[in-house]
Design a protein around this ligand. Structure first.
Ligand code: ADP
Ligand code: MG
Ligand code: MG
Length: 210
Protein backbone atom coordinates (compact mmCIF):
# COMPACT_ATOMS: atom_id res chain seq x y z
CA UNK A 1 0.00 0.00 0.00
CA UNK A 2 0.83 3.70 0.06
CA UNK A 3 2.48 3.60 3.50
CA UNK A 4 4.85 0.76 2.53
CA UNK A 5 5.54 2.53 -0.76
CA UNK A 6 6.35 5.73 1.16
CA UNK A 7 8.81 3.79 3.34
CA UNK A 8 10.46 2.46 0.18
CA UNK A 9 10.56 5.94 -1.37
CA UNK A 10 12.21 7.45 1.72
CA UNK A 11 14.76 4.63 1.74
CA UNK A 12 15.49 5.15 -1.98
CA UNK A 13 15.92 8.91 -1.45
CA UNK A 14 18.63 8.05 1.11
CA UNK A 15 20.23 5.71 -1.43
CA UNK A 16 20.23 8.56 -3.97
CA UNK A 17 21.67 10.95 -1.39
CA UNK A 18 24.48 8.55 -0.55
CA UNK A 19 25.52 7.78 -4.12
CA UNK A 20 25.54 11.46 -5.08
CA UNK A 21 27.46 12.24 -1.89
CA UNK A 22 30.09 9.65 -2.81
CA UNK A 23 30.52 11.37 -6.21
CA UNK A 24 30.06 15.00 -5.10
CA UNK A 25 33.57 16.17 -6.05
CA UNK A 26 33.47 14.31 -9.38
CA UNK A 27 30.13 15.95 -10.31
CA UNK A 28 31.48 19.35 -9.29
CA UNK A 29 34.55 18.90 -11.46
CA UNK A 30 32.39 17.85 -14.41
CA UNK A 31 30.21 20.96 -13.96
CA UNK A 32 33.33 23.16 -13.69
CA UNK A 33 34.42 22.28 -17.24
CA UNK A 34 31.79 24.51 -18.85
CA UNK A 35 29.46 25.43 -15.94
CA UNK A 36 29.91 26.88 -12.45
CA UNK A 37 31.12 23.76 -10.64
CA UNK A 38 28.29 23.50 -8.12
CA UNK A 39 26.41 20.46 -9.41
CA UNK A 40 27.77 18.04 -6.79
CA UNK A 41 27.19 20.43 -3.88
CA UNK A 42 23.75 21.38 -5.19
CA UNK A 43 22.60 17.79 -5.66
CA UNK A 44 23.78 16.77 -2.19
CA UNK A 45 22.08 19.80 -0.61
CA UNK A 46 18.88 19.11 -2.54
CA UNK A 47 18.79 15.42 -1.69
CA UNK A 48 19.59 16.15 1.94
CA UNK A 49 16.57 18.49 2.05
CA UNK A 50 14.44 15.94 0.17
CA UNK A 51 15.24 13.16 2.66
CA UNK A 52 14.57 15.45 5.63
CA UNK A 53 11.26 16.66 4.19
CA UNK A 54 10.08 13.14 3.33
CA UNK A 55 11.01 11.89 6.81
CA UNK A 56 9.14 14.82 8.34
CA UNK A 57 6.09 14.04 6.21
CA UNK A 58 6.37 10.47 7.48
CA UNK A 59 5.59 7.16 5.81
CA UNK A 60 2.20 7.04 7.58
CA UNK A 61 1.03 10.06 5.55
CA UNK A 62 1.50 8.03 2.37
CA UNK A 63 3.57 7.98 -0.80
CA UNK A 64 2.09 11.02 -2.52
CA UNK A 65 2.68 13.31 0.49
CA UNK A 66 6.23 12.00 1.03
CA UNK A 67 7.27 12.59 -2.59
CA UNK A 68 5.56 15.99 -2.76
CA UNK A 69 7.33 17.09 0.43
CA UNK A 70 10.64 15.74 -0.89
CA UNK A 71 10.26 17.64 -4.15
CA UNK A 72 9.35 20.89 -2.42
CA UNK A 73 12.25 20.54 0.01
CA UNK A 74 14.68 19.82 -2.81
CA UNK A 75 13.58 22.80 -4.94
CA UNK A 76 13.71 25.18 -1.97
CA UNK A 77 17.12 24.22 -0.67
CA UNK A 78 19.20 23.12 -3.66
CA UNK A 79 19.24 26.32 -5.71
CA UNK A 80 20.32 26.12 -9.32
CA UNK A 81 18.64 24.79 -12.42
CA UNK A 82 18.91 21.13 -11.48
CA UNK A 83 17.32 21.69 -8.04
CA UNK A 84 14.22 23.38 -9.42
CA UNK A 85 13.83 20.68 -12.09
CA UNK A 86 14.44 17.69 -9.81
CA UNK A 87 12.12 19.17 -7.18
CA UNK A 88 9.29 19.63 -9.67
CA UNK A 89 9.86 16.13 -11.08
CA UNK A 90 9.68 14.45 -7.67
CA UNK A 91 6.52 16.37 -6.74
CA UNK A 92 5.01 15.34 -10.09
CA UNK A 93 5.97 11.72 -9.41
CA UNK A 94 4.10 11.96 -6.10
CA UNK A 95 1.00 13.43 -7.74
CA UNK A 96 1.01 10.89 -10.56
CA UNK A 97 1.62 7.84 -8.36
CA UNK A 98 -1.00 8.93 -5.80
CA UNK A 99 -2.02 6.73 -2.88
CA UNK A 100 -3.15 3.20 -3.72
CA UNK A 101 -3.21 -0.30 -2.26
CA UNK A 102 -1.28 -1.52 -5.31
CA UNK A 103 1.00 0.22 -7.79
CA UNK A 104 0.60 -1.57 -11.11
CA UNK A 105 3.75 -1.44 -13.28
CA UNK A 106 1.94 0.56 -15.99
CA UNK A 107 1.17 3.27 -13.40
CA UNK A 108 4.87 3.48 -12.54
CA UNK A 109 5.78 3.89 -16.23
CA UNK A 110 3.11 6.61 -16.64
CA UNK A 111 4.32 8.46 -13.53
CA UNK A 112 7.95 8.42 -14.68
CA UNK A 113 6.85 9.78 -18.08
CA UNK A 114 4.88 12.56 -16.36
CA UNK A 115 7.91 13.50 -14.22
CA UNK A 116 10.16 13.70 -17.30
CA UNK A 117 7.48 15.69 -19.14
CA UNK A 118 7.35 18.13 -16.20
CA UNK A 119 11.09 18.76 -16.57
CA UNK A 120 10.70 19.26 -20.30
CA UNK A 121 7.85 21.75 -19.79
CA UNK A 122 9.62 23.66 -17.01
CA UNK A 123 13.12 23.80 -18.50
CA UNK A 124 12.19 23.95 -22.17
CA UNK A 125 15.03 21.65 -23.22
CA UNK A 126 14.74 19.29 -26.16
CA UNK A 127 16.49 16.04 -27.01
CA UNK A 128 20.13 16.70 -27.88
CA UNK A 129 20.42 19.97 -25.90
CA UNK A 130 22.88 18.17 -23.58
CA UNK A 131 20.88 18.20 -20.37
CA UNK A 132 19.65 15.64 -17.86
CA UNK A 133 16.74 15.03 -20.25
CA UNK A 134 19.11 13.24 -22.63
CA UNK A 135 19.47 10.52 -19.98
CA UNK A 136 15.96 10.77 -18.51
CA UNK A 137 13.99 10.39 -21.75
CA UNK A 138 15.78 7.18 -22.86
CA UNK A 139 15.43 5.89 -19.28
CA UNK A 140 11.65 6.49 -19.31
CA UNK A 141 11.28 4.93 -22.76
CA UNK A 142 13.27 1.84 -21.75
CA UNK A 143 11.27 1.46 -18.53
CA UNK A 144 8.00 1.70 -20.45
CA UNK A 145 9.19 -0.86 -22.99
CA UNK A 146 10.29 -3.35 -20.32
CA UNK A 147 7.04 -2.99 -18.42
CA UNK A 148 4.96 -3.30 -21.60
CA UNK A 149 6.88 -6.52 -22.35
CA UNK A 150 5.68 -7.87 -19.01
CA UNK A 151 8.93 -7.62 -17.06
CA UNK A 152 8.65 -7.01 -13.32
CA UNK A 153 9.31 -3.37 -12.32
CA UNK A 154 12.67 -4.24 -10.70
CA UNK A 155 14.04 -5.90 -13.84
CA UNK A 156 12.68 -3.20 -16.13
CA UNK A 157 14.25 -0.59 -13.84
CA UNK A 158 17.68 -2.25 -14.01
CA UNK A 159 17.57 -2.35 -17.80
CA UNK A 160 16.39 1.28 -17.91
CA UNK A 161 19.24 2.31 -15.58
CA UNK A 162 21.76 0.68 -17.92
CA UNK A 163 20.17 2.62 -20.80
CA UNK A 164 20.47 5.85 -18.77
CA UNK A 165 24.15 5.17 -18.05
CA UNK A 166 24.89 4.69 -21.75
CA UNK A 167 22.83 7.75 -22.69
CA UNK A 168 24.59 9.91 -20.08
CA UNK A 169 27.99 8.83 -21.43
CA UNK A 170 26.82 9.59 -24.97
CA UNK A 171 26.10 13.23 -24.01
CA UNK A 172 29.88 13.76 -24.10
CA UNK A 173 29.63 14.14 -27.88
CA UNK A 174 26.96 16.88 -27.64
CA UNK A 175 27.28 20.67 -27.53
CA UNK A 176 25.18 22.20 -24.70
CA UNK A 177 22.28 24.39 -25.81
CA UNK A 178 20.70 25.04 -22.37
CA UNK A 179 21.66 26.26 -18.94
CA UNK A 180 24.92 27.69 -17.68
CA UNK A 181 27.11 25.49 -19.87
CA UNK A 182 25.99 27.29 -23.03
CA UNK A 183 28.46 30.24 -23.07
CA UNK A 184 31.43 27.88 -22.78
CA UNK A 185 29.73 25.20 -24.84
CA UNK A 186 32.71 24.04 -26.89
CA UNK A 187 34.72 23.25 -23.75
CA UNK A 188 32.16 20.70 -22.71
CA UNK A 189 32.55 18.57 -25.85
CA UNK A 190 34.23 15.31 -24.87
CA UNK A 191 32.75 15.46 -21.35
CA UNK A 192 29.36 14.13 -20.25
CA UNK A 193 26.62 16.50 -19.05
CA UNK A 194 26.69 16.76 -15.23
CA UNK A 195 22.92 16.51 -14.78
CA UNK A 196 22.66 13.48 -17.08
CA UNK A 197 25.57 11.86 -15.21
CA UNK A 198 24.07 12.35 -11.75
CA UNK A 199 20.69 11.09 -12.98
CA UNK A 200 22.29 7.88 -14.29
CA UNK A 201 24.15 7.41 -10.99
CA UNK A 202 20.93 7.80 -9.04
CA UNK A 203 18.80 5.41 -11.09
CA UNK A 204 21.63 2.87 -11.18
CA UNK A 205 21.91 2.90 -7.37
CA UNK A 206 18.13 2.86 -6.92
CA UNK A 207 17.62 -0.01 -9.41
CA UNK A 208 20.22 -2.10 -7.57
CA UNK A 209 18.16 -1.82 -4.37
CA UNK A 210 14.59 -2.47 -5.46
P1 ADP B 1 23.24 25.37 -12.37
O1 ADP B 1 23.45 25.17 -13.83
O2 ADP B 1 22.14 26.32 -12.05
O3 ADP B 1 24.52 25.66 -11.63
P2 ADP B 1 23.49 22.58 -11.64
O4 ADP B 1 24.95 22.77 -11.86
O5 ADP B 1 23.10 21.94 -10.36
O6 ADP B 1 22.69 23.94 -11.81
O7 ADP B 1 22.87 21.66 -12.78
C1 ADP B 1 23.34 21.71 -14.09
C2 ADP B 1 22.58 20.66 -14.89
O8 ADP B 1 21.20 21.01 -14.96
C3 ADP B 1 23.03 20.54 -16.32
O9 ADP B 1 24.12 19.65 -16.43
C4 ADP B 1 21.79 20.01 -17.03
O10 ADP B 1 21.73 18.59 -17.00
C5 ADP B 1 20.65 20.53 -16.17
N1 ADP B 1 19.91 21.62 -16.81
C6 ADP B 1 20.26 22.93 -16.86
N2 ADP B 1 19.32 23.63 -17.52
C7 ADP B 1 18.37 22.74 -17.91
C8 ADP B 1 17.12 22.83 -18.63
N3 ADP B 1 16.65 23.99 -19.09
N4 ADP B 1 16.41 21.68 -18.83
C9 ADP B 1 16.86 20.50 -18.36
N5 ADP B 1 18.01 20.36 -17.67
C10 ADP B 1 18.75 21.46 -17.45
MG1 MG C 1 26.19 24.32 -11.89
MG1 MG D 1 24.87 27.08 -10.12
Amino acid sequence: GSVAAAETAIHLLRVAHDVVGAHEAELGALDAIAGDGDHGVGMVRGLDAAVTAAERSGAAAGLSAALTAAGEGWAERAGGASGALWGAALAQLGTSLGDHDQYPPALVADAVDAAVERIRALGGAEAGDKTMLDAMAPFAASLRQGIAAGEPVAGALRAAAATATGAAEATAALVPRRGRARPLAERSVGHADPGATSFAMIVDAVAARV
